[in-house]
Design a protein around this ligand. Sequence first.
Ligand code: DAK
Length: 264
Amino acid sequence: MNEKFENILVNITENPSGLNVGLIEINRPKAKNALNTETMTEIVSVLESFDKDKTIGSTVITGSKDAFSAGADIKEMAVANSTDMYIKDQFAIWDKLRKIKKPFIAAASGYTLGGGFELALACDILVASETTKFAFPEVTLGVIPGAGGTQRLTHAVGKGKAMEMILSGKFMTAKEMFDAGLVTILTAEDNYLNDSLELAKKIASYPSIAIQLGKESVLKALDLTVDEGIEFERKNFYLLFSTEDKFEGMNAFIEKRKPEWKHK
Ligand code: DAK
């Protein structure tokens, strides 16, 4: 990726066992990685380009050890009124996260607050270092989470804990969020990025279409009834039976050899 970005660093990690892994690092250290509009625009544009890149299977989004992100940029929002917010329509950028087909993992450490927490919640898997601090401090600013946080957190940890966090702004430790089921890998501060990349590589070592349809099916579980969700899953399951990788995977098993994925 040759493009230069103002607020993020972008790298591709080679993966000897499959497709490569994209790495997006939020890089606004002076603002604790606050997510201004340009930063979100850059993150989303890279995720969209990775979606189109046949050499990439999954992505890790990270910040720094002391801050994944301290939230949306308060200095940018401080002067805005409702009409400004409506006209700027910044949610259009956030909405695009839901359209990304390949999995992206949050590798969080330090402050993961407000919009930063919402970005982590919008990721498909959340890996956190032991020093991660999660909170929705929006109420201390006179607002509420506005980029999906009230919905995604409630789905992830249940009504009680979501209410406690959103209505009190209380900081939660990584261990508390691990126990609540939101963080799926809790790891030492020295390892969180590496562990995230290892997980991303594992995912990228499997047939990309199966991975994308698996992700799509899991996300549908949040929107559909169980009955509708099972119907949806079944269509994706049938669809995979016309991929070359399905025949390769099953034949390789029978022939006791390693499959060679074509990702088609
Ligand atoms: N925005 C802008 N600047 C921030 C920031 C933020 N969220 N967080 C920190 N900074 C800046 C500080 O202003 C300071 O800048 P200077 O004064 O040096 O110029 C610098 O980062 C270092 O911060 P501190 O000096 O405060 O550092 P400390 O270690 O003392 O404290 C802290 C770290 C993270 C506890 C503290 O900075 C803090 O409380 N930050 C604010 C946390 C917060 O309230 N976050 C929630 C923001 S509301 C939307 C999408 C999403 C959202 C809204 C709209 N749309 C699509 C429209 C989400 C809203 C939010 O996230």
